[in-house]
Design a protein around this ligand. Structure first.
Ligand SMILES: Cc1cc2nc3c(=O)[nH]c(=O)nc-3n(C[C@H](O)[C@H](O)[C@H](O)COP(=O)(O)OP(=O)(O)OC[C@H]3O[C@@H](n4cnc5c(N)ncnc54)[C@H](O)[C@@H]3O)c2cc1C
Length: 407
């Protein structure tokens, strides 16, 4: 059935940001705080999450991110970091990476060796979004428009997004921050390479019997995929298990208590007995590599997962997105006075600024996912030796750590 346009509304601004995730909201805040008029175009409202019982602890979100120093700096400069519920943020003091097989290698990094207070911080998606929503409420010049985008057009004078009710959002620049399946990217006919990892990330939260001391653990298990246990405040940990599709299906069929038993065996009891924090709360997410052939088009810039989707084994997708936002804001702030924010040259500079960082992360995460995804014994031996060797090369370790921290 064809719906007739019902609105003649027109929203004029300098920049229109499409998306409703942390990256879209951060972009909106960044542009607004730099003095630009912003339209944030979000999908028609989803039902709000059920309210928790008064006095009861808010459940722990199973979507958590290891946020690095680049992201921390950006969020602090936008006054978002200080608005997070700090009691629900866990600093990562060290990382321990374990190989597999008869002679598993291992590799450890710690904040002391990297001369920083923490390597990263584990932040829940809900905590991050609540802080961003609160900051957006007080941000000058942000117009949040809820609607379904149906058309995008760009020319020398500017760009427009048309909504399916007929309303029009006009701006000098459109930022696509609408995730891995980006509608904006699709409208710009940007081609992409897509490869499924044939894995799903199973995520859930547990309490642990022994203290985790701020350690982020990761196990490369070969045929069972990659398992990470990330520290949450108190004796709690968050699981990200990148499991081959068939195993992920089994894990999702099992109870969380059965999953906890598997984890206790895998972790050789380092954290003692694990107990599900919320018995029913487990999710699985498909994993793929998405590499768009461009991250800009006339009057359009892509940021976050719209611009790149990587394997979560290094915990870096969101961090890459924050680095995109910082680079876009810097490039636009440094433009010559006569250029508009949607100027082709300005956007080309943004694309160049992001090329190396994104490519390195794509190669590193994809390479590791393939290297540790095979069960061939010679490969297993070499990769375990590699982990041990790297552990004994402090200079190289420091460089890798600096890269991961975004420093
Ligand atoms: C299991 C797992 C663990 C991860 N762990 C980490 C980690 O530790 N650290 C890290 O840095 N990264 C991590 N990542 C990556 C991280 O989750 C993503 O990179 C990040 O969520 C991308 O954010 P985004 O805002 O770009 O996209 P999304 O979070 O996908 O948000 C896109 C938004 O756009 C909205 N949208 C979609 N279409 C439209 C439209 N047409 N109009 C308007 N809005 C639209 C959607 O509703 C959504 O709100 C992990 C990923 C996975 C799968």
């Amino acid at each position: 059935m064809n719906s007739q346009p019902t609105s003649t509304a027109r929203h004029d601004s300098d920049v229109c940001i499409v998306g409703n995730g942390a990256i879209a909201k951060t972009t909106a805040l960044g542009f607004a705080q730099a003095g630009h008029r912003v339209t944030l175009l979000v999908p028609p409202s989803a039902p709000p999450p059920p309210a928790s019982q008064p006095g009861a602890e808010q459940p722990w979100d199973v979507r958590v991110y290891a946020v690095n120093h680049t992201a921390h700096t950006l969020l602090s400069s936008l006054k978002v970091w200080g608005a997070l519920d700090a009691a629900r943020v866990a600093p990562v003091e060290s990382m321990v990476i374990n190989g597999d097989g008869k002679q598993p290698g291992d590799l450890a990094f710690d904040a002391f060796g990297a001369h920083v207070g923490s390597l990263a911080w584990i932040v829940e998606d809900r905590n991050l979004n609540q802080a961003l929503d609160a900051a957006l409420k007080f941000a000058p010049n942000v117009n949040i428009v809820s609607g379904r985008a149906s058309g995008l057009a760009a020319n020398a004078d500017g760009a427009t997004v048309t909504l399916d009710d007929g309303a029009v959002v006009a701006s000098a620049l459109i930022v696509g921050a609408d995730g891995g399946q980006s509608w904006v990217r699709g409208q710009c006919d940007i081609g992409l390479d897509y490869r499924s990892y044939h894995q799903r990330a199973v995520v859930a939260n547990f309490s642990c019997e022994k203290p985790h001391h701020g350690v982020a653990y990761q196990w490369f298990t070969g045929h069972e995929g990659i398992v990470a246990l990330l520290p949450l405040p108190g004796n709690r940990v968050s699981l990200v298990w990148s499991a081959p599709d068939a195993l992920a299906e089994t894990l999702m069929r099992e109870t969380l208590s059965e999953l906890a038993v598997r984890l206790a065996v895998l972790s050789e009891d380092k954290l003692g007995a694990l107990r599900p924090l919320q018995p029913e709360c487990v999710k699985d997410l498909p994993l793929a590599l998405i590499r768009p052939h461009a991250i800009t088009a006339p009057r359009v810039a892509l940021v976050g997962d719209a611009a790149h989707v990587v394997h979560p084994l290094a915990g870096h997708g969101m961090n890459l997105g924050f680095a995109d936002v910082a680079a876009l804001l810097d490039t636009i702030a440094a433009r010559e006075g006569h250029r508009s924010i949607g100027d082709e040259r300005v956007l080309a500079r943004y694309a160049r600024a992001r090329k190396e960082d994104v490519l390195l992360m794509q190669l590193a995460t994809d390479g590791l996912a393939r290297l540790f995804g095979t069960d061939l014994e010679p490969v297993r031996v070499v990769r375990n030796l590699g982990l041990n060797l790297l552990d004994k090369l402090p200079m190289l370790k420091r460089r890798l750590m600096a890269q991961a921290m975004g420093k």
